[in-house]
Design a protein around this ligand. Structure first.
Ligand code: HEM
Ligand SMILES: *[C@@H]1O[C@H](CO)[C@@H](O)[C@H](O)[C@H]1NC(C)=O
Length: 340
């Protein structure tokens, strides 16, 4: 109840009462990894030390997305990858921490296509002018993802803050990030390690209703799937031939394909309808039909857009709590790509 109250009064950009209802109703199902709500993150962390943090993040995010709409999905994905590796500690932003000896997370193959680092640095630079040494890069990533959601017409949620930045970034640590070829049990285990259950996993995956992918992320499904000399039988044949032509024509190129070919720019529940009709890009998306438990959730979200939105809000707040550094752990960086 305390949190619901805080969300209702402490956020200056709540767009509508409808969203307020979604946020408050979803909070009743909110669970966290330890006994502290939001793992110790709070909604008022910056109120006295940098009250302008939310308007600054929101302004920079809107400015960047208005000149390049593809940065919206990119910022949401950046938050996911940050939180899935060593927790939400800004480690995804770091360049090599030892002069190139260790490859950082952002150079791992699972990081293919990650973008938006320049948006985070622009926010950081402005915040270092306004309240030097106060706002963590990890919080900037989380707030930028939330604001990206608003700008692209997705849901609003109050984002708890107070994260501190980590010191390490190693590509080997990205083994914890889900891969498009992962099986359902592997996906479930990777989300569980971040404190996320099956319901969270299915709801968060719904973000693949926006954004794009490189051919290499689903090419294994287009021909000779698992050594069968055939495409993945679960992939709709019409979509498979479209993808084959699109990817072959642009061999070795950086060609990008929309995740949701029906409503590629709209934050809606179309992703779940696409799963049911075999028209999603990644094996990991299609895998959500392979157990009764996950299939039931997919069917529920396919038929009920507001159930999806409510669960997405609950689950993305949980994602933002994953293994966070708080209090005296970690530090506050001066720029987000290096530890000093
Ligand atoms: C279930 C596990 C997941 C897997 C295996 C996965 C995998 C991928 C892959 C392979 C891409 C395309 C990368 C490329 O080829 O450039 C992608 C794109 C994307 N993913 Fe996921 N993802 C998962 C869950 C999530 C979650 C939970 C989020 C955020 C809440 C997310 C957000 C995005 C976004 C927004 C894009 C589009 C990025 C862009 O257009 O720049 N994904 N994902
Ligand atoms: C594949 O999708 C197309 C529409 O995109 C549809 O006409 C066709 O019937 C689908 N094929 C199968 C086998 O479901």
């Amino acid at each position: 109840m305390l949190k619901a109250h805080r969300l209702g009064t402490g956020s200056d950009i709540l767009p509508s009462m409808l969203l307020l209802c979604l946020v408050t109703s979803s909070l009743s199902t909110l669970t966290t990894q330890n006994s502290l709500p939001n793992n110790g993150l709070t909604f008022n962390f910056y109120d006295s030390i940098c009250p302008q943090v939310e308007p600054v993040v929101s302004n920079v995010v809107s400015t960047f997305i208005s000149s390049d709409a593809t940065l919206g999905p990119a910022l949401l994905r950046l938050h996911f990858h940050d939180c899935m590796t060593r927790g939400c500690d800004g480690s995804i932003l770091l360049s090599s921490t030892d002069g190139g000896k260790t490859q950082p997370e952002k150079e791992a193959s699972v990081s293919l296509g990650l973008r938006g680092f320049n948006v985070i640095e622009a926010i950081k630079a402005q915040l270092e002018k306004e309240c030097p040494g106060k706002v963590s890069c990890a919080d900037i990533v989380a707030l930028a993802a939330r604001d990206a959601s608003i700008v692209i017409g997705g849901p609003f949620w109050g984002e708890p803050v107070g994260r501190r930045d980590g010191f390490l970034s190693r590509s080997t640590d990205t083994a914890s990030v889900p891969k498009p070829s992962d099986t359902l049990p592997t996906l479930i285990a990777k989300f569980a390690a971040a404190g996320l259950n099956v319901q969270d996993m299915v709801a968060l995956s719904g973000i693949h209703t926006i954004g794009r992918a490189h051919c290499v992320s689903f090419a294994d499904r287009l021909a000779n799937f698992h050594g069968t000399h055939r495409p993945d039988p679960k992939l709709n044949g019409t979509l498979a031939s479209f993808l084959r032509s699109k990817c072959n024509v642009h061999k070795n190129s950086r060609v990008l394909v929309n995740n949701d070919f029906v409503t590629p720019l709209v934050f809606d529940n179309q992703y779940y309808l696409n799963i049911l009709s075999g028209q999603v890009l990644f094996s990991s998306d299609q895998e959500l039909l392979s157990s009764k438990k996950t299939r039931t959730i997919v069917e529920n979200f396919a038929g009920d857009a507001s159930a999806f939105t409510a669960q997405f809000i609950t689950s993305i707040i949980k994602l933002g709590n994953a293994n966070v550094l708080i209090g005296s752990k970690g530090n506050i960086r001066k720029t987000c790509d290096s530890v000093h």
